[in-house]
Design a binder for this molecule. Structure first.
Ligand code: RAM
Length: 365
């Protein structure tokens, strides 16, 4: 898979992320308003073959629903906060629904309900590439536009995928970080992932395996992949099991905000602190103490709030006829500016940022 930036030369570095929390400013206008969108529905949404009109105004009163992998995961609290801010800006009606655990088909019943309620936009991070496809097909037949963000479905099941950063960049960054943390002697490493079906984590794992084949990583050996299901307790149990089963383990990569926080917590209070390295994808606010107490040296993430904000604007652009999802079309995402649709109906947010003890205090998400 290849993802392309809209804004080609747009290089989004730490400063870009630093502005993230500014979005919170826009929160007040949204959500609670019972600005019911009785007319915003089916009309434009069902005109699948209509040409895109980049100058079409965003319709008022669009019903925009965010359906995360699971509700009790702070990653999605932040994406959905960004989504809510965007929906408030364009005077839509925001809602958030979702399961309490991230199993493959746990989102299906929520999609069905949203379809019945006449949602105009469903923005979802998929727990499985296929399990929600027929429910999404029904939603689209009923006139909804479907935007995936964070974790994609099969591309045929949605109108657009908002990618947080290229999968290749996310994978190579994590391998580089674990390699640097362990040092030139290398050794055995393991991955602590989220759920076994997650499209995003599985894509990154495949690309990390590919990256490990490069000569510079010849001394790193991936010995196991475990799944903590984005559940803190299970993630910690999996870390313990990895350490017991692989006494030679030198490092763990956890490409999930839930997994990495649980692993850091466990390692920090154990004999392995500073001996078994840990990196992956996590929130600066949750992990800074572990950078400072010697449990971790670095980790990465992207601007989570802006991911939700962009997804909400992309959904509105689709539902208002500004774009249809064809490559090369452009739309404006509020304060983030203009984005272009890349290949495979994908829009790219930016690039991952690496956090270390030296820069982590600059970030407050
Ligand atoms: C977890 C989820 C999410 C992933 C982040 C990095 O919160 O699994 O899908 O993108 O981690």
């Amino acid at each position: 898979m290849k993802f392309m930036s809209t804004t080609g030369s747009r290089r989004l570095a730490p400063a870009y992320i630093a502005a993230a929390t500014g979005l919170a400013l826009a929160l007040s206008a949204c959500g609670g308003t019972t600005n019911t969108s009785s007319t915003a529905g089916g009309g434009a949404a069902s005109s699948s073959s209509a040409a895109a009109d980049p100058n079409a105004p965003i319709k008022e009163g669009l019903k925009v629903a965010f359906l995360p992998k699971q509700l009790n995961n702070s990653y999605f609290t932040v994406t959905d906060r960004g989504g809510k801010a965007a929906v408030g800006e364009y005077k839509g009606v925001f809602s958030e629904v979702g399961p309490s655990e991230a199993s493959a088909s746990s989102q299906v019943s929520y999609i069905n309900t949203l379809t019945q309620q006449g949602s105009n936009v469903i923005a979802t991070s998929a727990n499985d590439p296929k399990a929600i496809c027929s429910a999404l097909d029904e939603a689209r037949s009923a006139g909804a536009k479907v935007v995936t963000f964070d974790s994609d479905t099969d591309p045929s099941c949605r109108d657009l995928y908002i990618n947080q950063a290229t999968a290749e960049g996310i994978a190579s960054t994590q391998i580089k970080l674990i390699s640097d943390a362990i040092g030139p002697d290398g050794g055995d490493i393991a991955i602590l992932s989220a759920t076994a079906n997650a499209t995003n984590q599985n894509a990154w794992i495949e690309l990390m395996k590919k990256e490990l084949q490069k000569p510079e990583y010849a001394k790193l050996k991936l010995v196991a992949t475990a799944y903590g299901d984005d559940n803190a307790q299970k993630s910690q149990q999996e870390v313990q099991a990895l350490l017991q089963a692989h006494p030679t383990l030198k490092g763990i990569i956890s490409p999930t905000t839930v997994g990495i926080a649980a692993a850091a917590q466990y390692l920090s209070g154990s004999e392995y602190k500073g001996k078994v390295q840990l990196t992956g994808l996590g929130f600066p606010s949750q992990l800074k103490e572990f950078l400072k107490n010697g449990t971790m040296k670095s980790f990465a993430l992207w601007d989570v709030e802006k991911l939700g904000y962009l997804a909400a604007y992309a959904g509105a652009a689709l539902a208002s006829g500004q774009i249809t999802g064809a490559e090369g079309q452009t739309f404006k995402a509020g304060t983030l500016g203009e984005f272009k649709v890349g290949p495979n109906a994908t829009v790219l947010l930016g690039e991952p940022t690496v956090f270390t003890a030296a820069n982590v205090d600059k970030y407050n998400f």
